[in-house]
Design a protein around this ligand. Sequence first.
Ligand code: AMP
Length: 181
Amino acid sequence: MDKTLQTTLAESIRTIPDYPKPGIQFRDITTLLNQPRAFRRSVDELVHPYAGTGIEQVAGIEARGFILGGAIAHQLSAGFVPIRKKGKLPHETVRIAYSLEYGVDEMEMHRDAVKPGQKVMLVDDLIATGGTAEGAVKLLQQMGADVVAACFVIDLPELGGRAKIEALGVPVRTLIAFEGH
Ligand code: AMP
């Protein structure tokens, strides 16, 4: 990976110590989205390996995955599938529980949002423990989707999320790694 990309990303992501609770280093991508070059490069780098591979849908995880996923879907001439917290989608949904650091929550997608065999890319801003993305991949796979990649701008490798997704047979692409939580 070229140094320019690493520098562009490192300089555009803001770190907020002890947010939302003590011990968490919150990696804030609103500053990246706010910088045209950083936003564009992030989208380009996530799209690049998959251009022309026949991805039909990009699934984005609420809420930051919507921003990146929408831009990526546009670049790939793919559709977009929102994966949302429970109770937000208006039509018939499928739901899955997923693990958070403390406890569990549930996410949903519309039952008719992907068709069996469709090639889908999953997108979020960051992978930490991988619990959120694991839930999303399982939901998509349950609906018969062929999840060909899970893409994130940021990886927190110490939390081991990548292995969880790869164990589901889905390759993971990330652009920058940060130490710690
Ligand atoms: P996880 O399920 O542990 O992989 O957590 C991933 C989700 O939580 C993503 O939607 C992230 O946006 C959010 N998240 C987890 N840790 C952080 C962090 N240190 N900074 C910013 N967002 C985070």
